[in-house]
Design a protein around this ligand. Structure first.
Ligand SMILES: Nc1nc2c(c(=O)[nH]1)N[C@H]1C(S)=C(S)[C@@H](COP(=O)(O)OP(=O)(O)OC[C@H]3O[C@@H](n4cnc5c(N)ncnc54)[C@H](O)[C@@H]3O)O[C@H]1N2
Ligand code: MOO
Length: 394
């Protein structure tokens, strides 16, 4: 059994950043930017009025000024404003040459074509300088996972298309004679395939392209068939679920051998997740998850997601770790690192975490109630309420 950190490093060695492609901004949400995007113009591209009102030059409170033109958004006034003149101006409109402030329309009185500056002039000139947001050549750096605000920024930079990493194709294979899909009529000895739905969602959320293959029966031929189907689909990563352990019906390790996978490891010092295995056949990486629902999802978080992030070209690929104060007493750690299901909360003074009493790796109700994993390192000493512990939020 190798430690979790060593297994994570071996898993990451099996994958590398994928090819790049161009997509339109409308399709770029959640994609990982693979090359910097550069602004081709200043924003704003000209000094802009921040308010509806009047543009002025060297004006003082009490002045009465003729209004000699109008500048609206999309339609500039093309002259140079002289001292003692005013221009009607609207929010977003170009501020004319010569103008040094915009006064709000609420702060003047208008009589025909003349305005009088009735209020004190504020320190705020109400003019947005050219390039105040960004200048031509400004760059959004890669790698970066594109969120909604990034898309607006890239649009403002006049970048209609962006270069992103191709979505890695992840084939998910459940196996076991006892499994049927939700909605089917299970026989008395059957259960519903559940964890594949979490894994599919995790792949999608991380920016991958998941494919759930039909459940493979517990026969060598069925596993051989479905592995070939996954490869034919063009998978970058095959994730098997179940059949990873040592029972007579745990057929995944020999099936991967027949398929031509060079194994990096099998079995890790982790709870849940002991039977995890990983390897590769050329560029095709393979991860063998344990079948217990919680084991599969926890291993998905610790091993599958980092592999996907690496294939997307991201650099921070391991789950984020935080420190929290324990609310309970926990016994000393054992020979496997224990990733306990737990709930953490931010209180007024600190972050605190409470592990659930039931930690069986079949308990989906507990997993669904949890918002983090609480790490108990190998052979760690007893922990008391108030002790600092490491958590991995999800
Ligand atoms: N003698 C030993 N037995 C076991 C060991 C061991 O070291 N020695 N390890 C245990 C550990 S730890 C785990 S974890 C499990 C995992 O074994 P497998 O990966 O072979 O998983 P299965 O036996 O196929 O399934 C375990 C459990 O999970 C259910 N399952 C499987 N796939 C799904 C699915 N897609 N959705 C929902 N539930 C699923 C399956 O019905 C079983 O109940 O092995 C221990 N045994
Ligand atoms: O390690 Mo298994 O993954 O306990 O349930």
């Amino acid at each position: 059994m190798i430690p979790v950190e060593e297994a994570q490093a071996l898993c990451l060695d099996l994958v590398r950043p994928g090819a790049i492609e161009e997509v339109s901004l409308a399709d770029a949400l959640g994609r990982t930017l693979a090359a910097p995007a550069k602004a081709t113009r200043d924003q704003p591209p000209f000094p802009t009025s921040a308010m509806d009102g009047y543009a002025l030059r060297d004006a003082l409170q009490g002045d009465t000024l003729p209004v000699i033109g109008e500048s609206a958004a999309g339609h500039r006034w093309d002259g140079t404003l002289g001292k003692g003149q005013a221009i009607r101006i609207f929010t977003g409109a170009p501020v004319p040459d010569g103008a040094d402030r915009v006064v709000l329309q609420e702060n003047v009185t208008r009589d025909g074509d003349r305005i009088t500056l009735t209020e004190p002039l504020s320190d705020n000139l109400n003019i947005r300088a050219q390039g105040a947001d960004f200048k031509i050549g400004f760059s959004v750096e890669s790698p970066r996972i594109l969120g909604p605000a990034d898309l607006a920024l890239l649009a403002a930079m006049n970048c209609p298309r962006v270069t992103v990493t191709r979505r890695p194709k992840v084939a998910l294979i459940s196996n076991g004679d006892e499994l049927v899909m939700p909605g089917a009529n299970p026989t008395a000895d059957q259960i519903i395939a559940s964890n594949v739905f979490a894994l599919q969602a995790m792949v999608r959320q991380a920016g991958g392209d998941p494919l759930v293959l039909p459940i493979a029966a517990d026969t060598p031929a069925a596993l051989d068939r479905v592995l070939l189907d996954a490869a034919d689909w063009g998978a970058d990563l095959i994730v098997t679920i179940g059949g990873a352990s040592v029972g007579d019906h745990d057929l995944v390790a020999p099936a991967l051998d027949r398929f031509g996978v060079t194994r990096s490891f099998h079995k890790i010092a982790m709870r849940p997740g002991k039977p995890l295995m990983a390897g590769a056949k050329g560029d095709l990486a393979v991860l063998g998850l344990p079948g217990n629902p919680v084991s599969a999802v926890v291993c998905g978080q610790l091993f599958m997601l980092p592999m996907i992030r690496r294939m997307l070209g991201q650099t921070c690929v391991l789950p984020e770790a935080l420190t929290a104060r324990l609310t309970a007493t926990l016994p000393a750690g054992g020979p496997r690192a224990h990733y306990m299901r737990a709930a953490f909360a931010e209180t007024e003074h600190h972050r605190e975490v409470t592990p659930f009493d039931r930690q069986d790796s079949s308990m989906l109700t507990v997993l669904a109630a949890a918002n983090c994993l609480l790490l108990r390192p190998i052979n760690c000493p007893v922990s008391a309420p108030g002790d600092a512990v490491t958590i991995l939020p999800f």
